[in-house]
Design a protein. Structure first.
Length: 246
């Protein structure tokens, strides 16, 4: 074999190796794009179904396993990284932490209150805040401090305690009658009431109970559901999160 043939074979081998490297690089790029797409799909899935999955530990564990495989932080990792307000901030309820929290709460509460007639339970509001501010550990006490700041600034009406012990946030000024407040206390236990339930618990006449329920329905605080399977009920969206904490 002459030098020319040897040189030719070396060049062919070199070209073959370069082509192989190029193909491998393209394959790696394809894999990288696949991982990016998978991450995006996982994030979109969690965004859409996160509220449901958080109530199902088995599915939360499965989702965390998938997130770990594609390099996304798991629920545990996010919890470890969560921030907390400083001692002075926690004592005074003032400072950057509570300023940011107050603005987030105002945004969430305002949007939610439009669907709940101007009120929202403290428990439900706390759950919604934690879902939005996933990098921050928010307790009901923190939420109350932020709400106090908003109340002082005249941005919300305030917080009050129902007869049942449940605290509700009045985002908009809401003038409730004694009968309406009585039904709210009953609804805070399960998130819904029936006409019969109200009559039994309050000893009211059918007309009085129906009048109070209809007024809450008209105010947007209650939603009437004439279900054939469960019977007619009035649901109260403002207490949706209250049941998840019990």
């Amino acid at each position: 074999m002459g030098l020319h043939e040897i040189e030719k074979q070396i060049k062919m081998k070199s070209a073959f190796q370069r082509k192989r490297v190029e193909l491998m690089m393209e394959e790696l790029k394809g894999m990288l794009n696949t991982v990016k797409e998978l991450r995006k799909r996982v994030e979109e899935f969690e965004e859409e179904y996160g509220d449901l999955i958080i109530e199902l530990p088995e599915y939360q564990r499965k989702l965390d396993a998938i997130k770990a495989e594609v390099g996304l932080p798991t629920t545990e990792e996010l919890t470890i990284k969560k921030k907390k307000p400083g001692i002075i901030e926690r004592l005074t309820g003032k400072g950057k932490f509570y300023e940011e929290l107050s603005m987030k709460i105002l945004d969430i509460a305002t949007k939610t209150a439009k669907e709940t007639g101007g009120i929202i339970s403290l428990a439900d509001l706390t759950l919604k805040v934690n879902r939005v501010m996933r990098d921050v550990s928010i307790s009901p006490v923190d939420v109350v401090k932020a709400l106090k700041n908003l109340e002082e600034a005249g941005l919300i009406s305030g917080i009050r305690k129902l007869k049942s012990g449940v605290k509700i946030v009045e985002v908009f000024p809401v003038e409730l009658t004694k009968d309406q407040n009585e039904i709210l206390s009953l609804a805070s236990k399960k998130g819904w009431v029936t006409l019969e339930n109200v009559m039994i618990e309050t000893k009211w006449s059918r007309e009085r109970a129906m009048r109070a329920l209809k007024s809450l329905e008209e105010a947007g605080i209650a939603i009437y559901d004439p279900s054939y399977t469960k019977g007619s009920r009035w649901y109260f969206p403002s207490f949706a999160g209250e049941q998840k904490t019990k």
